[in-house]
Every structure is written in C-alpha cells, then in structure tokens.
Design a protein around this ligand. Structure first.
Ligand SMILES: [Ca+2]
Length: 196
C-alpha cells in the first residue's frame, strides 16, 4: 500500500514538473517571439551562452568584465517557428581552449552536456554541464550536476490579428454599372416617347 502511494506521488511529481531528459529537441507547436531567461550559474569558467538556432546569438557571459545577471530575460532575440527546433548552447574555455555544448546533441567527449526539462507552461529549462570529459565518476562529465549554466526558453505566441470587416467596394465600382443602367433605361424611355 505504502509502495503504491509512493509510486503515485512520483508519477504526480513528474506530471507537475514536466519531463526531464538529457539533451533533447526544443520545439513549440506555434510561432512567436523567443524569450530566453538566464536562470543561474555555478560555473567556474567564463562561459558564453546563447541561441544556436534558429539564429546564432551570443546572449552573454557568466563571468568576465560584464557578467550577465541571473534572472535576466532576453527579448527581441528572434522568432520561433512552429515545429522548428530551437537550440541553446554554451561555449566554455577549459584550459584556455574552447568547446561548445548544445542542447540537442552529445559533445565531443561522447557525453550529454545538457539536461532539458519540459515545464508545465510549455517552456523548457536547460541545465548545462561545462566540464569536458569524466572526472571521478565515469558515468557523466565533470561533477554531473548540470547547473553550471541554467537557461529557460519560451515562445510568446503572436497576438491574434484584429478583426477586420470586409472592405466596402469603392465608389467607382458600383457607380459605373448604376450609371450604365440608368443610361439604358433613360434611352429606352426616350425611344418609347418619341415613337408615341
Ligand atoms: Ca558541473
């Protein structure tokens, strides 16, 4: 009984929180404006983060001279098209080099470096692990906490266009046939009168 209750609670938690996977596709079923929120970081590196698709945009850096502020929402950064993939990335400079991790694929070390969570509001949270290769545990890269850079991405649906009434025909379009008809009736009456 207790076991069943725990199972129900776990299933309920999944339903409320959303689905979690490793790297994964990010898609929206409608078109709109992209908004990416920089949630948090625990990065040792100065990671660049941003959007790879639909268009490459560098949104900011975790450290450096102008570090990004957690909870910043980036707007006016492009559009999301219905069912087209959105890919986020971080670019990390381990040991002076450069390696880029994407939200939709494994990296050069063969590991997933992104943990994608689908939230109930239709947005996605992506947690990145920025350490290349395994360390103490060979099952995951770095310390496997996937919170070195955490981003959320959503798509704000375009507002429905305002209702527009059918445009009324322009004056000349109705004026011409009306004038033409008046002319015919007038000339018929004239012919009839002159015959009488
Ligand atoms: Ca980490």
């Amino acid at each position: 009984m207790r076991k069943t209750r725990i199972m129900v609670l776990v299933l309920l938690a999944f339903a409320l929180v959303g689905t979690v996977s490793a790297f994964g596709p990010i898609r929206f079923s409608y078109s709109g404006d992209l908004v990416v929120t920089y949630i948090s970081e625990t990065a040792g590196y100065n990671n660049e983060f941003g959007i790879e698709k639909p268009e490459h945009i560098n949104l900011g850096f975790t450290h450096g001279t102008i570090p990004a502020l957690p909870e910043t929402a980036y707007r006016n950064i492009g559009r999301c098209s219905a069912h087209e993939p959105v890919i986020l990335y971080i670019k990390s400079p381990p040991e002076g080099g450069s390696v880029t991790y994407y939200s939709n694929q494994t990296s050069g070390d063969g590991f997933d470096h992104a943990m994608v969570t689908t939230l109930g509001d239709g947005s996605y949270t992506v947690g990145f692990e920025d350490v290349f290769g395994a360390r103490a545990n060979t099952a995951f890269p770095g310390d496997g906490d996937y919170d070195d850079v955490v981003l959320n991405v959503t798509c704000i649906r375009y507002a429905a266009p305002p209702f527009e009434a059918e445009p009324s025909p322009d004056f000349p379009i109705i004026a011409l046939p009306a004038g033409f008809l008046c002319g015919i009736i007038g000339s018929m009456l004239y012919v009839r009168r002159t015959r009488e």
